[in-house]
Design a protein around this ligand. Structure first.
Ligand SMILES: CC(C)(COP(=O)(O)OP(=O)(O)OC[C@H]1O[C@@H](n2cnc3c(N)ncnc32)[C@H](O)[C@@H]1OP(=O)(O)O)[C@@H](O)C(=O)NCCC(=O)NCCS
Length: 177
């Protein structure tokens, strides 16, 4: 039986082990990790999948910002990831359950859009699309085609334009008028 539960501090060690198994111990060198440096995850959206009480899947979310220097504006959005499922349990619906459950919660919490870096073949089933992310740029990411956006509120993609930066990164002052 699969249980989706809110991530708790005592899950941290099992999650690190799972992420090492799925993505490799060098995962932190990926460009997307720079968006999480020094930024706390959004606890209320981070979940784990327990099978008979043991952790075999996890999803985390971070706040992130699209900084549009040309228009002197920014938009806050969600960064989904990492999402990982224990290889032994892949294909059993755990990934789907984690993504769908957390995105429903994200909508209820008033989030407008989520971005991720991942495989379009997998994430398209959850309406993460390249088309909505064309205005976004992730510095250091070799394959921008893997930057995908999911509107949570219809039309939100129009505001998701600019360079993806850490949510705590400085924002240029808005000019009046
Ligand atoms: C990708 C991952 C999170 C999916 O979790 P999962 O629990 O295995 O997926 P689910 O069982 O919920 O599968 C949902 C659907 O996605 C499909 N699917 C699973 N992994 C896929 C992949 N890598 N590419 C394309 N489709 C995939 C399944 O066949 C299933 O299709 P269906 O609904 O038509 O039956 C998990 O396999 C994982 O951690 N993989 C290692 C990392 C990875 O490959 N990431 C790729 C995305 S960045």
């Amino acid at each position: 039986m699969i249980d989706i539960k809110a991530e708790q501090p005592h899950h941290a060690e099992d999650i690190e082990r799972l992420l090492d198994t799925v993505f490799g111990a060098d995962r932190r060198s990926k460009a997307v990790y720079a968006l999480r440096e020094g930024v706390a995850p959004i606890d209320e959206l981070c979940h784990v999948a327990l099978v008979d009480g043991e952790l075999h899947g996890a999803i985390r979310y971070w706040p992130v910002r699209a900084l549009d220097a040309e228009r002197d504006r920014h938009t806050d959005l969600l960064l989904l990831g990492p999402l990982a499922v224990d290889p032994v349990f892949q294909g059993a619906g755990i990934g789907r359950a984690l993504v769908e459950y957390s995105l429903v919660l994200a909508g209820r919490r008033g989030h407008h859009a989520a971005v991720l870096v991942g495989d379009p073949a997998y994430y398209s089933r959850f309406r993460f699309e390249r088309s909505g992310a064309r205005g976004l740029h992730l510095p250091g990411e070799a394959d921008q085609e893997r930057v995908l956006l999911r509107e949570i509120v219809r039309g939100a993609a129009a505001d998701c334009v600019g360079t993806l930066v850490r949510a705590s990164a400085g924002v240029p002052e808005l000019r009046p008028g």
